[in-house]
Design a protein around this ligand. Structure first.
Ligand code: SF4
Length: 363
């Protein structure tokens, strides 16, 4: 069995996956991807036979896709980044053995586009209340939305609840060990499946979140930022860069993610503290400015996301159903307010009742 890779949650899940540029997470609304490295095979997680640690996905490494010299330069990053991770990895609850695969999965959902500092208290409460997938599955989905609090992108709560139900029904309550099984769970995309397989079970998968993408873009490709959306070339590079050994590959995934979260951040790259400063392609090139398409930004104030957040906050704090006129107080503009409420209903986050009443979903 491999030593558990230290978990490194980071940024992104995916329901549909799409690691986004790190953004200031606004309180609340709902959608998507993050990460962390958990130590492979955390205690409490179903143990994985050594044989299953072999590449479990069709993602066989294709080194032919990356020029040999570039690949050699890139793989030279492994040792310094792994050594740095040994020294600087944060002690986070989902990286501890007791977190188990369920803890890793919960953290991956929560960390998508939400900073660690905001996730920590919610994660602790969540795991205390629902220490196993079956515990969450036994509750109404609205309780998951309520407990999600102000983490933002609350559809993640519904997806996590759906995954818990599927794990309970199809896998006897244990988070499945195989990438394909994880990917088949509702609300789990490529990123989250790879992250859970890697961080919880120490398997060998490219875990390409926004932090990893940025580190690879700078250190290997020599550009300031990766493309707005993950490209086939990035996936190819990430696969080619995977260390052969599963345990080391899992640690590499966590380590490169942590480097992007702590040192090579979107706003401030701290090259003086970076373990690969002497071989970083972007730094050695003089840090040329981003020449690609404008990077996507995220605004919050005045958007439908903000209105959705306000509506959901009222529903979360109410013990039961809430009348329309109470919801009407949260936002002055009726058209936008109605659109936001309709969106919440369409997303399954709010359940409309007769006589203009609304509540969090019971089913
Ligand atoms: S040297 Fe600077 S830009 Fe390059 S990976 Fe390290 S922190 Fe990022």
């Amino acid at each position: 069995m491999t030593a558990p890779p230290k978990n490194t949650p980071c940024t992104a899940p995916d329901a549909p996956t799409t690691p986004m540029p790190p953004t200031p997470t606004a309180p609340d609304t709902g959608t998507t991807p993050p990460s962390g490295l958990a130590t492979p095979a955390a205690a409490g997680a179903p143990s994985v036979p050594a044989a299953t640690h072999a590449p479990a996905t069709p993602e066989a490494v294709r080194t032919d896709a990356v020029p040999t010299d570039a690949l050699a330069a890139a793989t030279a990053l492994h040792s310094p980044v792994l050594a740095w991770f040994d020294q600087h990895a944060r002690d986070l609850p989902w990286r501890r053995p007791e977190a188990g695969a369920w803890g890793v999965m919960v953290s991956e959902f929560m960390l998508q586009q939400t900073p660690v500092s905001r996730v920590l208290p919610v994660y602790e409460q969540w795991m205390a209340r629902w220490p196993r997938p079956a515990d969450l599955a036994a509750e109404a989905p609205g309780e998951a939305v309520r407990a999600w609090g102000r983490l933002g992108y609350p559809r993640r709560a519904l997806r996590l609840h759906g995954a818990a139900v599927a794990i309970t029904e199809r896998h006897g309550g244990d988070v499945p060990t195989q990438h394909a099984q994880l990917l088949a769970l509702p609300g789990i995309g490529e990123y989250t499946a790879a992250a859970v397989a890697s961080f919880a079970y120490g398997q060998r998968h490219p875990v390409l979140d926004t932090n990893v993408r940025r580190v690879l873009a700078r250190a290997v490709t020599g550009v300031q930022y990766p493309p707005n959306a993950t490209t086939a070339a990035e996936r190819k590079l990430a696969r080619a860069l995977l260390p052969d050994d599963a345990a080391t590959a899992a640690r590499w995934a966590a380590a490169s993610m942590e480097l992007g979260a702590l040192v090579c951040t979107a706003k401030n790259e701290n090259c003086a503290r970076c373990p690969v400063t002497d071989r970083c392609a972007w730094r050695l090139a003089g840090k040329p400015e981003h020449a690609g398409p404008a990077r996507r930004g995220q605004t919050y104030a005045g958007t439908d996301r903000q209105v959705r957040g306000k509506l959901l906050a009222v529903l979360r704090e109410a013990p039961g159903a809430v009348p329309q006129h109470v919801l009407d107080r949260v936002w002055h503009e009726p058209v936008q307010r109605a659109r936001a409420l309709d969106g919440l209903v369409a997303d399954g986050l709010v359940e409309p009742l007769p006589h203009g009443m609304y509540r969090l979903p019971l089913t």
